[in-house]
Design a protein around this ligand. Structure first.
Ligand SMILES: Nc1nc2c(ncn2[C@@H]2O[C@H](COP(=O)(O)OP(=O)(O)O)[C@@H](O)[C@H]2O)c(=O)[nH]1
Ligand SMILES: [Mg+2]
Length: 345
């Protein structure tokens, strides 16, 4: 009797094992379904179906990292898109410039993706709406795909969705992806981890802020754009930036300084030309998957996961006793997520 039971158990096991071997990380049926869906959507998106790409990006945005199945094509794409980060203070004309850059890139028949990362504002989503309207004439072009994305909470920073979405654009075969971020703090610096080239957009009146941002800007910029060059002070601003560029350490390439009038498309041609030329060099140098870059990506994702845990824990603190229970708990330093009930134990 016992023997037969054992045998039936044994018979059941290999099947499960087989499935595990086939799908090492996807024993969970929801995950398995998602894996198939991602694969189908990827195939469709590659054939140019915009709705499939939209769905794929939504999956990346909405699925918690732990629920997301690994996809071979996403992890090891056959080609990389050139990622251009465009950052700078609000109102500098980044979105207008992005719109003009898309037009130029399309003239060269390049497929262009855009991720616009707006600070998540509790009051209004006006910025996102504004961008959408300005971009609207481009939305009908099948060679262009634009997606707006919020930053992560008050701490800013790129959300994990941004990293995953960029991998989707690679896998689908986009030539260029423009990532627009507002240059305030964390996001501005984190964009370095994902972009091949960084464009810092400034305006003639931004003299003082240039002084303040000097160090940080120097570190990240490949190109400084003085936009709104139709306004007084543009020449002065350009010279100031060129002066800063001169102080670049020898091992680093000096950033370019380019004047533009985004509203009229002026200066956009030289900007795009420089970015593509430099981009070719960068992509062929195989820096894209350097371990430093992957570590930076891992850092951002880990930090985000820890921040989520911290936020959950903070939400559970209602009394002084709760606080003391938390900090005296053995698991306090473990970084694992646990509920208040478990904390007491
Ligand atoms: N005068 C002038 N206005 C511009 C120029 N580029 C953009 N703008 C205007 O600046 C405002 C902010 O532009 P927007 O692209 O939304 O800036 P963003 O916040 O950096 O994305 C809009 O009203 C644009 O029309 C420019 O070159 N010259
Ligand atoms: Mg904008």
């Amino acid at each position: 009797m016992e023997m037969t039971q054992k045998r039936t158990q044994k018979k059941l096991r290999p099947k499960k094992l087989q499935q595990k071997i086939k799908n090492p990380k996807t024993k969970n049926p929801t995950k398995l379904r998602l894996k198939k869906e991602i694969s189908t959507l990827l195939t469709q998106a590659k054939m140019g179906r915009q709705s499939a790409l939209a769905k794929l990006l939504t999956i990346m945005e909405k699925t918690p990292l732990t629920q997301l199945p690994l996809d071979r094509e996403l992890l090891t794409p056959k080609q990389f898109s050139l990622r251009i980060g465009i950052t700078g203070p609000p109102g500098a004309g980044k979105s207008t410039l992005v719109g003009q850059m898309i037009k130029q890139l399309r003239k060269q028949n390049l497929r262009v993706g855009v991720i616009a990362i707006d600070p998540s504002s509790p009051f209004t989503h006006g910025a996102i709406l504004g961008d959408r309207i300005r971009y609207s004439e481009l939305v009908l072009d099948p060679g262009v795909f634009i997606r707006s994305l919020g930053t992560r909470g008050s701490l800013g920073g790129l959300s994990s969705s941004a990293y995953l979405m960029l991998r989707v654009f690679d896998a689908v075969g986009f030539d260029v992806v423009l990532v627009e971020t507002v240059g305030v703090g964390q996001t501005e610096l984190e964009i370095m981890n994902v972009a091949d080239e960084i464009v810092v957009v400034l305006v003639p009146e931004a003299g003082d802020s240039v002084q303040a941002m000097k160090a940080g800007l120097m570190e990240i910029a490949h190109v400084f754009v003085v936009n709104k060059s139709d306004r007084p002070g543009a020449g002065h601003m350009k010279r100031e930036l060129e002066f800063i560029a001169e102080t670049t350490p020898d091992h680093k390439k000096k950033p370019l300084v380019i004047e533009t009038i985004a509203t009229q498309g002026e200066g956009v041609n030289p900007l795009v030309h420089s970015l593509l030329t430099l981009g070719k060099e960068i992509l062929s140098s195989q820096e894209r998957n350097s371990y430093k870059r992957l570590q930076a990506e891992a850092y951002s994702l880990l930090r985000q996961s820890y921040e989520d845990t911290i936020r959950d824990q903070i939400a559970q603190i209602k009394t002084v006793a709760d606080l003391f229970t938390l900090i005296s708990s053995k698991k306090f330093h473990s970084g694992k997520n646990y509920s208040m009930k478990k904390i007491g134990k």
